[in-house]
Design a protein around this ligand. Structure first.
Ligand code: 1HA
Length: 276
């Protein structure tokens, strides 16, 4: 494979706060608010939810990258200038914590999602990379939770899923002390998958995407579902079972049941092979 790919991103849809781009089966969702370290406001999250919903239904998209604009920050979490009582306020004046819906979408989409961390990954912006399937970071990246310093906490995936990655002790350390960690430290504690220079970050991420694109999409889908199911209780089971049904629908045994009903006859399931 060519070691330096020429990547020509094509816009999928125009938004205010994010860039949403496509190239050779790969989509990139980029938070484009570098003046505040790519903090997200309600509108940013709504746009990301819209973009990931498009990725779900577009069969020409195999893998997703989430990143931030510039060379300093991936994401610094919720935009504190829009935070009020009850959550983050959009133009409608309704307080929301809609980033949680975006985290859910990342976990639910049956395609690999890679966090391409290009600098600060802080607060809700740290949880954002934690919920992605893989994280590739530049050397200058800094990871940390700041909630107990700025009056917030994410006790959901921000704690429990994080602890699955780095363990309970490190998770408590990260949250209680609001300590910040370098990319090398993050790699050592199993928080991220790879560290490269900022110049090589996109090329390396694309290389991983290209390898993933050679793998069986159904296998990847099932692996993601199975890994989630172990953690997500009945919701995880529902999603895994949904895919089991999808696979069963592809079998003749399932088709026979439907055909028999429409033809008003008894189904003949005897003709199908039984597996041990
Ligand atoms: O906890 C949750 C949630 C929990 C449950 C459910 C939903 C949740 C949703 C969100 C969150 C959170 O994300 S809470 C945590 C929100 N994040 C922060 O409070 C991060 C605060 N930022 C920092 O710690 C630092 O800015 C930094 C370590 C990322 C960078 O420091 P540095 O290099 O010293 O830059 P700094 O001067 O601080 O920042 C540059 C500009 O960006 C500043 O504005 P300026 O003085 O130039 O006008 C700074 O205020 C702004 N900025 C940085 N982060 C944010 C921000 N503005 C708004 N919101 C931010 N998050």
């Amino acid at each position: 494979m060519n070691s330096n790919l020429k990547i020509d991103w094509i816009p999928i849809k125009k938004y205010k706060d994010i860039l949403f781009l496509f190239w050779e089966g790969i989509s990139k969702i980029e938070i484009n608010r570098p003046w505040c370290h790519n903090a997200f406001r309600v509108e940013t999250v709504n746009e990301m939810i819209d973009a990931i919903s498009i990725c779900s239904v577009r069969t020409d998209i195999d893998v997703l990258i989430i990143t931030g604009s510039g060379k300093k920050s991936f994401c610094s979490g919720g935009d504190q200038t829009t935070r009020g009582p009850g959550g983050y306020f959009g133009k409608d004046g309704i307080p929301r914590l809609n980033i949680l819906d975006f985290y859910k979408k990342i976990k639910e989409i049956p395609k690999p999602v890679i966090a391409m961390v290009n600098g600060y990954s802080i607060g809700g912006g740290h949880v954002l990379h934690v919920v992605c399937d893989l994280t590739i970071a530049s050397e200058n990246s800094i990871f940390g939770q700041v909630g107990p310093k700025v009056g917030s906490f994410d006790g959901g995936l921000g704690c429990s899923y994080l602890a699955r990655h780095i363990g309970q002790k490190k998770t408590r350390e990260m949250w209680f002390l609001c300590k910040k960690y370098t990319a090398e430290e993050a790699l050592k504690m199993g928080l991220i998958n790879k560290v490269v220079t900022i110049e090589k970050l996109e090329q390396e991420t694309i290389k991983w995407c290209k390898i993933i694109q050679k793998r069986s999409p159904m296998c990847l889908r099932m692996i993601k579902r199975c890994l989630n199911a172990e953690l997500d209780g009945q919701h995880g089971l529902m999603q895994l079972a949904g895919d089991a049904t999808l696979m069963f629908y592809l079998m003749e045994e399932s088709q026979e049941g439907k055909k028999a009903f429409l033809e008003k006859r008894d189904p003949n399931f005897k003709k199908f092979k039984k597996f041990l």
